[in-house]
Each structure stands twice: as structure tokens, then as C-alpha cells.
Design a protein around this ligand. Structure first.
Ligand code: TEU
Ligand code: CA
Length: 577
């Protein structure tokens, strides 16, 4: 940790300058392999497809890829149900294909992160196939059971189960097994040291191959209180936050660091479902030696749960809450390091959710969100396709969906004679398949993704929104993305500088200062469909903006205010020492 004296607004204060390391400077580009590029004409994306597109990605300035699970899987949850952690999913290719992908990526100076899914396995994993046969089986204790003779199991809720019940009865053992996700995804018993050893060996296997780190799926859920107490539903009405606070979670993460991660030059990021900022710090405090980063759900939760600050702005959630949430995480991480993202394979498309995908606004709002994500403090997790401004597909029929989450929830609503139409309308905005439609490479019938009918429909808007068209248009979202990526590389103060939220109570504008040792930046974004006004106080720029998304940026008026147009974003370099 270097200590540096700062001037300007923080005169006299000694500010810690974060340690420099590659995973703070990079942008992590998430690929959902099933949807990226098919290389053999079966309608399913695969590893060779990714290898074929590495040059394209490198050309955009991308240098780190996170691949959603590529391991053997029956695909109940598209790879998030692993049946063999040392084999490649047959749909995606072979181990040779993987080795080739890794070699090619490294040769281009790119890194690869894999998705470690070890809160649960697939029911088709050998361990579970054994475990379910008898209570005496060696693998029985690899999973979590409730014996029938103890009466009905205590209430636990499942994310994906049609009945929302996280226990499933297994006749041969006369017991119920626990599954926080689908019943085909039984939860592992992390209190069994053998289970932990198995997981660490799997991690060694991939790290020894040369991968550069892991994204860890559902990691806050791994530790359970095996006395299975009744959950205090007053305290945890949503239940899931209870799952993220298991008694031995941090012991296991420290053990994992000691046994595995500390032996490699690699990075780790935990999926931080249901983790608050104060809990989050414990995962990433460098002194505790657990994970490097935590991928929290703050933005997704606020977008789903809060009411607009002012309905007239056209922002359907509370921007004030969003701003305060990011400021709270920025402070809570302490000496650790923040993360930011606005979409992924479990969320709708960024432009449809936080911007506006109607034609007059799609490009502007996608560019504004690009500037926002890449100028915040923290490592950005970028979801493939957002650089094209890809939008929600908004399926109208349940048959169009592939996702187990959408399908099982629909089933449940139907069985209870609920309002399925209302559910389908809601899924058009939030359904996970919105983000899983094939990558739009060109305007041919299957968008250049495949020569055969893809596993999930291509968005019909690919005739205009596609990589080929955008490469040919210098004003495209794609070229804009490339410019911002380059700018972030060039201005490392945008990576390491401090973050200070301005105008926290402005319901339309997200504005902040980024202040490094040598330079200070002002970023302003109108998140609304309506014009907005900002007075940034003393942070008045004297020069032209570094970057803006309208052809010519708004200028400061006499009264030191900026009149921003809908979705206008501007980045200024305030001063450089
Ligand atoms: O998601 C974990 C998670 O917390 C989910 O509840 C997520 O919020 C949900 O999918 C939204 O509908 C991870 C993976 O990202 C997801 O794709 C998997 O389905 C899940 O774990 C189970 O492995
Ligand atoms: Ca294929």
C-alpha cells in the first residue's frame, strides 16, 4: 500500500493509493458459450467458436474472458449443473478444443477465467448417483439430507423448484436432499473435509492447465447450519439472504485460498448473491486472505425492487438508491476492490433495463451506460453483446423460453390458476433468456452465429443490430465501446482514482468525481428520458470533454449548471498535474 498526499478538495488528507494489479485494470468480458459462436453447425455455440473470435475480441481491447460453465452437464440449468468437473460439455467440444482456446488466448495476451460451480453438482454427477443409493454409501455424506424419521424437513426455499421447496424426497435412502436451486442440482456438504478436498483438487487441475482464475458461482451459499434450525422469517422474509451467512463460509474461503489460490498468479471473484456491503467486505479484505472480488447484486436488486424517485423522469426505479448503493459499496470495500456490472446471463439486457431500447434512444443510452460502467471505480464485468447494444427479445409465448427458471415459475403459476399473462409480460422485461439469445454477428438468417437453427431464437433486430454493420459505422455503439475501453487503458487514474458521488439527491443525474494522484475527472450521466439539470458545485471543467455520447456535448450555462439531454453522458478531465 503506497501512501500519497492529495491536494485539491482533500487538502492535507493522506489517502491510500490502491496496490496496482492486472485484475483491477482489466475489463472482464463474460461469454455465455452456448450463445456466442457455433463452429460446427449444430445450432449451439462452442469452444472453437470462441477461439475463432478471439481476434475480434482482442481488436475491441478485451483481454480477460470469463466463460460461463463449460464442464460436462445434462444442461438442466445450461451448465450450472455439472456432472463431471474434469470433462468438457460434449456440446462445446473436447479437452483439446479447450487447450487450443487457452493457448490461443494466451498467445494474444488474453486471460481466461472459468466458472466454478461447487455449491451444488448435477444429480448426474457420479457422487450423487452413488449417494442417492443408500445411507451407507460413501458419498451419502457428500450431500445434505433430512432423514424421514425426523418428520417433515424445516422450511427451505428453492430458487427454481416448481413448488419452491428446497427438499426433495429420495425413496432409496428414506430421506430428503437439499437443493437451493433445481431438484436436479443437489447442494454439496461443505462440512465434509473430503468434499472440500475434491473441490480443491478440481481447482488445481484447471489452474495447473494455466487458466487465470475463477468466477465462483453461488459461493456465499456453500456453508449451511447442519442442525437445520427454523429460519426466523421476520428477519429473513426473503429467506435467500439467510443462505449467504453460513457459519463456516469464511473459514472455507480462507482454507481455499491457503490450499489453492495462493499458489498461483490468478484472480478470484465470488458471486455475491444476497450479500450486503458490510458483509461483502469480509470476503475481499486483503488482510483476511479470501477472495479478490465480490460480484454483488446491488444494481439488479434496486432495479427490481424500488419505486421511482419521481415518476415524471421516466426512470422506473430509484436512481437515488442506485447511487447511494454504489457509494456504500465503494466505502465498504475498504482496502478491497469493487466490482460493477449492469447485466449478465441471469439478467435482462443492459440497454433494455437501464436505458431505453426504442430506436431513437437505444444507441444513445447504450453509449451512456458504456461510459458509466467503464469510468466507475471497480472492475467492470461486461456481458457479451452489450457492446452492440443488443436488446431484450421479449418472447410472447412460454414455448419460446428455454430457461428452467422461467419455465418452472410459469408451471407453478398455472397450477395455482395464477395470472400467466401477467407473468409472461414481466418475463419480457426480466427473463434470463433475454440475455441468452445468440450473439448478433451479421444480418444473415441466423445472425452469423450458426448455419443451423440456433438452440434459442435469434433476435429479429439482428438485421440492423449486428457486429458487421457496427464495424462499418464509425458512430456505432461498438466503435464507441472500443474508444472507451482504450481511454480507460490510457487513463489509469480512472482505474485507481478515488470515487466521490456528487449531487446524491438529484433523481435523474448520476455524477461523480474520480480523483487520482495526477488527474481528476468529472463524469455526468442523465439516466432519464427527460432533460435534466446538474450543478456540480466547484467541480467546473475548464476544457472540452474527453468523451460524450451526443454529437456535441451540453455546455455549462452562466449559472454553472449543465442542461443535459435524455441519456446524455459526458466525461471531463478536470485537471492534470
Ligand atoms: O446464480 C445464483 C443466483 O443467485 C440466482 O438466484 C440468480 O439470481 C437467478 O438465477 C436469477 O433468476 C447462479 C448462476 O449465475 C445462475 O445462472 C445459476 O442458475 C445459479 O447460480 C445456479 O447455479
Ligand atoms: Ca456447435
Amino acid at each position: 500500500m503506497n501512501l500519497t498526499t492529495k491536494n485539491g478538495s482533500n487538502q492535507g488528507i493522506i489517502l491510500a493509493q490502491p496496490d496496482k494489479i492486472w485484475w483491477k485494470e482489466t475489463i472482464i468480458y463474460q461469454i455465455y458459450p452456448r450463445s456466442f459462436q457455433d463452429s460446427n453447425g449444430d445450432g449451439i455455440g462452442d469452444l472453437r467458436g470462441i477461439t475463432d473470435r478471439l481476434d475480434y475480441l482482442r481488436g475491441l481491447g478485451i483481454d480477460t474472458l470469463w466463460l460461463s460453465p463449460i464442464f460436462a452437464s445434462p444442461n438442466t440449468d445450461n451448465g450450472y449443473d455439472v456432472s463431471n468437473y474434469r470433462e468438457i460439455m460434449s456440446d462445446f467440444g473436447t479437452m483439446e478444443d479447450f487447450d487450443q482456446l487457452l493457448r490461443s488466448a494466451h498467445a494474444l495476451g488474453m486471460r481466461i477465467l472459468l466458472d466454478l460451480v461447487v455449491n451444488h453438482t448435477s444429480e448426474e454427477h457420479l457422487w450423487f448417483m452413488e449417494a442417492r443409493t443408500s445411507r451407507d454409501n460413501h458419498y451419502y455424506d457428500y450431500y445434505l439430507w433430512w432423514p424421514e424419521e425426523q418428520g417433515p424437513p424445516p422450511y427451505r426455499k428453492s430458487h427454481f423448484d416448481e413448488n419452491a421447496d428446497a427438499w426433495y424426497y429420495n425413496p432409496p435412502t428414506r430421506s430428503y436432499y437439499l437443493h437451493y436451486f433445481a431438484r436436479q442440482q443437489p447442494d454439496l456438504n461443505w462440512d465434509n473435509p473430503e468434499v472440500r478436498r475434491e473441490v480443491y483438487e478440481i481447482m488445481h487441475f484447471w489452474l495447473d492447465k494455466g487458466i487465470d482464475g475463477f468466477r465462483m458461482d453461488s459461493i456465499p451459499y456453500i456453508s449451511k447450519d447442519r442442525s437445520f434450525p427454523e429460519i426466523d422469517l421476520q428477519k429473513y422474509p426473503d429467506v435467500f439472504p439467510y443462505y449467504s451467512l453460513g457459519p463456516h463460509l469464511h473459514d472455507y474461503l480462507q482454507e481455499m485460498r491457503r490450499e489453492v489460490l495462493s499458489h498461483y498468479d490468478c484472480m478470484s471473484v465470488g458471486e455475491g448473491s444476497k450479500v450486503s456491503p458490510s458483509e461483502g467486505r469480509r470476503f475481499i479484505d486483503p488482510a483476511r486472505q479470501e477472495l479478490d472480488m465480490l460480484y454483488h447484486f446491488g444494481a439488479a436488486d434496486i432495479r427490481n425492487e424500488t419505486a421511482p424517485d419521481d415518476p415524471a423522469t421516466g426512470i422506473p426505479y430509484s436512481l437515488i438508491s442506485l447511487k447511494k448503493m454504489y457509494a456504500a459499496w465503494d466505502e465498504a470495500v475498504g482496502d478491497g476492490w469493487p466490482t460493477i456490472y449492469l447485466s449478465n446471463h441471469d439478467q435482462p439486457r443492459m440497454v433494455s433495463r437501464f436505458g431505453c431500447d426504442a430506436p431513437p434512444w437505444r444507441e444513445l443510452s447504450a453509449k451512456m451506460l458504456t461510459m458509466f460502467l467503464l469510468t466507475m471505480r471497480g472492475t467492470p464485468y461486461w456481458y457479451a453483446g452489450d457492446e452492440l447494444g443488443m436488446a431484450n427479445i421479449r418472447f410472447s409465448r412460454i414455448e419460446d423460453y428455454d430457461d428452467i427458471d422461467t419455465r418452472n415459475r410459469y408451471k407453478k403459476i398455472k397450477e395455482h390458476s395464477g395470472d400467466t399473462e401477467c407473468f409472461l409480460r414481466e418475463q419480457q422485461e426480466v427473463g434470463r433468456d433475454n440475455a441468452r439469445t445468440p450473439y448478433q454477428w451479421d444480418d444473415t438468417p441466423y445472425a452469423g452465429f450458426s448455419t443451423a437453427k440456433p438452440w434459442l431464437q435469434v433476435n429479429p433486430n439482428h438485421v440492423t443490430i449486428n457486429a458487421a454493420a457496427e464495424l462499418a459505422d464509425p458512430d456505432s455503439v461498438l466503435h464507441f465501446f472500443k474508444r472507451v475501453v482504450a481511454l480507460r487503458k490510457q487513463h489509469t487514474e480512472l482505474v485507481y482514482g478515488t470515487f466521490r458521488l456528487l449531487a446524491p439527491d438529484n433523481p435523474q443525474v448520476f455524477a461523480y468525481l474520480r480523483e487520482g494522484v495526477d488527474a481528476r475527472y468529472l463524469a455526468v450521466f442523465n439516466f432519464s428520458l427527460q432533460p435534466a439539470t446538474l450543478n456540480p458545485g466547484t467541480a467546473l471543467p475548464r476544457t472540452e470533454p474527453l468523451l460524450h455520447n451526443y454529437p456535441s456535448p451540453a455546455a455549462f450555462g452562466k449559472n454553472r449548471t449543465l442542461e443535459l439531454r435524455p441519456y446524455e453522458g459526458i466525461l471531463y478531465l478536470l485537471d492534470r498535474k
